[in-house]
Design a binder for this molecule. Structure first.
Ligand code: THU
Length: 134
């Protein structure tokens, strides 16, 4: 396995252990590789008001941005499903804000097996705000 993927898998597994998911009991870990070479982990954080829940992927991206990085080089997400866990629609839009269409996204299952795709494959039509045209 490539070095970056190994690092991302390790960070995502570590983050998944911290998931706060008392309502769904579905623990998710994600990791993004920043333009600076640093890996940022995130876990899902649920809320009694269900709609306020934030996914692992978004929390990883937000940790990266809070550290001053705005470019995602690679993404990995791992859940507790038998199948490979694809980022939800909201997370795809958030990933696309900071990633290129060719940015790799690795999707894991509970056993740690990975299937790879790209941000562009997951979200071919990205919403972008055309500033000053409102
Ligand atoms: N979840 C994620 O963290 N990432 C995804 O891509 C899909 C869903 C979380 C949200 C919620 O805490 C739980 O999984 C069940 O939907």
């Amino acid at each position: 396995m490539a070095d970056n993927k190994k690092k991302l898998l390790l960070a995502a597994k570590k983050a998944r252990k911290k998931a706060y998911a008392p309502y769904s009991n579905f623990h998710v870990g994600a990791a993004v590789l920043g333009g600076n070479g640093k890996v940022y982990g995130g876990c899902n954080v649920e809320n009694a008001s269900f709609g306020l829940t934030c996914c692992a992927e978004r929390n990883a991206v937000f940790a990266m941005v809070a550290d001053g990085q705005r470019r995602i080089r690679e993404v990995l997400v791992i859940g507790e499903s038998d199948g490979f866990l694809p980022p939800c629609g909201a997370c795809r839009q958030v990933l696309a804000e900071f990633a290129a269409p060719a940015t790799p996204v690795h999707m894991g299952n509970r056993k740690g097996a990975l299937r790879s795709t790209t941000v562009g494959e997951l979200l071919p039509f990205i919403f972008r705000l055309e500033k000053g045209k409102a």
